[in-house]
Design a protein. Structure first.
Lengths: 316, 306
């Protein structure tokens, strides 16, 4: 075990090379609906219990299933209303279980990225070769069902190993060269994209995905009210929009169909989306488009700045 | 380090659900439902009438809302009891004042212990659902089949006998089940149950003994969940109910009738500082022109007749 994951260097949030998003936007705004499949009878994992009760654990399972049966359409129609294409964090087994949902998202040109096979299969305890097989299966499944070359990764249930980011980048390269496996949503260290150090040296970025704005964190961990959540989304946006005048920022709302689309919560979410997309200098986009733009335009300047500062002030 | 190779095998990875209890079916693809008199929202208020025993065993887990302190946990025991002594009479008055129909999901042990309250409920004539034997008699995965069969039979026979109603609806304590619970319920004359909160409308649920209907008694607007689990105020609960109602009403414009289910507990909303928020909601919904207030069995029959 390591003291630090080693993925990124210390890089203070001041005097960085200025980021300008397309059309002079101050904030790159993206919404990442997690479309997940949780199993009724998942196998045991030695490091994490999938459900608090013995299977069938109805409270958790039925709530997630509700998200697919009821919630998905609600969120999809809402995002469409505000001109937002979802960037889907996908439990890729859902392509087999619920292909109708995949088709609806494909028709709308949404992005699909890998969130593992099932959200009840954790990375904990896997050998590197098992994790590699799991990641490869997920990328191949996305390609088979959607024709998309998977660009991004969010580990299933945010369960990681020391190899996760390296394996994802390497499997992406093996399957599709530089067209796949080039950004991660797993790190929460910044409000701007940052280069990630990988053993392969691949050009790879961390794209801020935000645990703080994540509906499941807000509703299941912080247990805040829907109206409070809507206000926090607006407050988060206001600050990033103001700072984005100095150098472009990223705001992400990670959502779950079983949380944010509940009848008592969707209004607060809609008000926030209306507010955010109603501002002129917002780039409403997807995770992959942000990552590609960053890698093409600012990645080299970022690396150079980080290296200079590290040289000047010393490594951490 | 490695996991067993079966951890990367996915035997249920195919079309539909990962079990055979019901079909995969998105709500938006279904035929729109029309409620009687073309009302838009069927309002189903269900009151949990519960007994939390002081000598809780907590097998296989402590029921949410149950005892949490070392024995004898008088604070939680008596505060739950408050609901059946005081809070529920506030509920009766409020429901009657605003002309809202309610069902009562009752633990059989409570009916045995409190003949006065059981008699009151009998006289009111509202539909009663069985809520299991008591809040500590959980149904759970791995439970002995004969033991669970005896538990269901004892719960249903007892409640049918004490209330004089031919009980057709069921809510398990904590909405928790074993893998056999639906089969046992169907075998014992239950028509519908409310443990699977994965839909907003009724749907067919397969058992070894014929179909049940799963009725959508949402946990998301449950007063215990919002006020004691999420620690929101009663006023916040009322806001959430209003927002839910407005959204569902909007959804009926394109998708047919909907159900707004409110699962409430006299030991939570029956408190003096909270009851007025329940009254405000009952007044608002009870007088709304789009609302049809009915019992679960009546709603179920209207759904079947569509």
């Amino acid at each position: 075990m390591k003291e630090d994951p080693g993925y990124y260097d210390y890089w203070p949030y001041e005097n960085r090379p200025k980021i300008k998003w397309p059309n002079g936007a101050k904030v790159a705004f993206w919404v990442a609906p997690n479309i997940e499949f949780y199993e009724l009878n998942p196998p045991d994992n030695p490091f994490r219990k999938p459900w608090p009760q013995p299977s069938p654990a109805l409270p958790g399972y039925t709530s997630r299933d509700w998200g697919n049966r009821v919630g998905h359409i609600r969120q999809m129609e809402l995002l469409e209303k505000y001109g937002i294409r979802g960037s889907i964090s996908l439990s890729t087994a859902l392509c087999d279980h619920h292909p109708e949902i995949i088709e609806l998202c494909k028709e709308r040109n949404w992005e699909f990225f890998s969130h593992g096979i099932y959200n009840t299969r954790y990375t904990y305890g896997m050998s590197a070769s098992q994790e590699r097989d799991m990641i490869k299966d997920s990328i191949e499944t996305i390609y088979k069902h959607t024709g998309q070359k998977c660009a991004g990764y969010l580990a299933p249930a945010l369960s990681h190993s020391e190899n996760t980011l390296d394996l994802f980048a390497e499997v992406g390269t093996e399957l599709f060269g530089d067209e796949a496996g080039f950004y991660s949503c797993d790190l929460f260290h910044d409000d701007q994209p940052t280069p990630i150090n990988l053993r392969s040296g691949k050009r790879f970025a961390s794209i801020p995905y935000s645990l703080e704005m994540n509906d499941t964190i807000a509703y299941l961990v912080q247990k805040i009210t829907p109206r409070r959540y809507g206000q926090e989304l607006k407050d988060n946006f206001d600050r990033l929009y103001a700072e984005g005048a100095e150098s472009g920022t990223i705001m992400c709302i990670p959502t779950h169909n079983y949380q944010v689309t509940n009848a008592h919560r969707i209004k607060a979410y809609e008000e926030a989306l209306e507010y955010i997309t109603g501002h002129p200098d917002v780039w409403v986009t997807t995770g992959k488009e942000i990552a590609s733009y960053y890698l093409d335009t600012y990645y080299d300047a970022s690396l150079e700045d980080i290296n200079q500062k590290t040289k000047k002030y010393g490594a951490r | 380090m490695a996991l067993d190779k079966t951890y990367l095998e996915y035997p249920e990875r195919s079309y539909g659900m990962d079990h055979n209890r019901y079909d995969w079916d998105m709500l938006s693809n279904r035929k729109p439902i029309i409620w009687p008199n073309d009302k838009k929202i069927a309002l189903w208020v269900n009151v949990g009438v519960q007994f939390f025993p002081l000598n809780q065993k907590g097998i296989p887990f402590k029921v949410p809302g149950g005892m949490t302190k070392p024995y004898p946990d008088l604070r939680h025991y008596s505060l739950r009891d408050y609901g059946n002594r005081v809070g529920i009479y506030r509920f009766f008055k409020a429901l009657d004042k605003y002309n809202v129909t309610s069902t009562f999901a009752m633990n059989t042990r409570l009916a045995e212990r409190l003949p006065y309250l059981t008699g009151t409920l009998k006289d009111r004539g509202n539909e009663i659902l069985c809520h299991g034997y008591d809040m500590d008699k959980l149904h759970y995965g791995g439970q002995n089949l004969d033991e669970e069969k005896e538990l269901v039979k004892r719960s249903l026979d007892g409640l049918r006998n004490l209330t004089g109603q031919d009980i057709k609806g069921w809510v398990s304590p904590a909405k928790n089940e074993s893998e056999n619970t639906p089969d046992i319920l169907a075998e014992n004359g239950i028509d519908y149950f409310c443990d699977w909160v994965n839909d907003e409308m009724p749907y067919n649920f397969k058992t070894k003994n014929g179909n049940l209907t799963a009725m959508p008694l949402t946990t998301e607007l449950d007063d215990h969940f919002i006020i004691l689990n999420n620690l929101h105020s009663a006023e916040d609960w009322a806001h959430q109910v209003q927002d839910a109602f407005q959204f569902l009403l909007q959804e009926t414009k394109t998708q047919g009738g909907r159900i707004l289910s409110l699962n409430i507990h006299p030991w939570v909303l029956g408190q003096p500082h909270r009851i007025k928020y329940l009254e405000q909601i009952l007044e608002y919904l009870g007088s709304h022109e789009a609302v049809w207030s009915a019992s679960s069995n009546t709603i179920l029959n209207a759904w079947k007749n569509n």
